[in-house]
Design a protein around this ligand. Structure first.
Ligand SMILES: [Zn+2]
Length: 215
């Protein structure tokens, strides 16, 4: 990108920061929704609801304030000789779909084969959380997790599988409960080497993993 484009990006970023609504504006929007349902936002049971909803939303979307690259960069260590697969299994996550802002609840399996660098396993879970706490589609989230690990750790391979139930499908629309969606992204050895891929899928399968479909 040219310097001009960078300057434009910065200008745009600071503009969106200025235009970002404050908490009072979000609470007012929630009161509007309550009135729209036919309820009275001033009645006892609802008076604190806009503030509570806003605090919940802050939690749901906390991922925008966090940089997953930073999380991974801070803690990598040099290791001697360990070049086998590292797998973090069944990381529960809660996200929200960008089409309906409805919950997506699922699990992630994150694996990589180090190439000199490993990261604390809690950092893998945090990367999943940071991307989950944004408005998401599952396919994009899967790719973001895998690509970030690949970019920062530069491992020999990365495998990411997500399985999740989408409440926009179970509690509205087609009302199909008990259905889950599986997405995966395989990079490096996980894509090119069938035995690596088989090893990862066996670990995922052995956990009797695909059990989130009733959430
Ligand atoms: Zn949706």
């Amino acid at each position: 990108m040219s310097p001009t484009v960078h300057a434009l990006d910065r200008a745009r970023a600071s503009l969106s920061e200025i235009q970002r609504p404050g908490r009072a504006e979000v609470e007012a929007a929630v009161r509007t929704i309550i009135r729209w349902t036919g309820e009275d936002p001033e009645r006892d049971g609802l008076i604190e609801t806009p503030a509570r909803v806003t605090r919940s939303l802050e939690e749901f979307f906390a991922g925008y304030a966090q940089d997953p690259v930073d999380i991974l960069k801070k803690t990598f260590e040099e290791i001697e000789g360990y070049d086998e697969m590292i797998v973090l299994r069944g990381i529960r996550f809660e996200s929200h779909c960008e089409h309906h802002m409805a919950p997506i609840v699922g699990q992630a399996w994150v694996a990589y084969i180090p190439n000199g660098r490993v990261v604390g396993i809690s950092k893998l879970a945090r990367v999943v959380d940071v991307y989950a706490r944004r408005l998401q589609i599952q396919e994009k989230m899967t790719a973001q997790i895998a690509d970030t690990l690949d970019e920062v750790l530069q491992p020999l391979g990365v495998g990411v599988i997500l399985e999740a139930a989408h409440q926009c499908m179970s509690t509205r629309g087609v009302h199909k409960a008990g259905v889950s969606m599986v997405t995966s992204r395989m990079l490096g050895a996980f894509r090119d080497d069938p035995s690596t891929r088989r090893e990862f899928l066996a670990i995922v399968g052995n956990q009797n993993a695909f059990s989130v479909s009733n959430t």
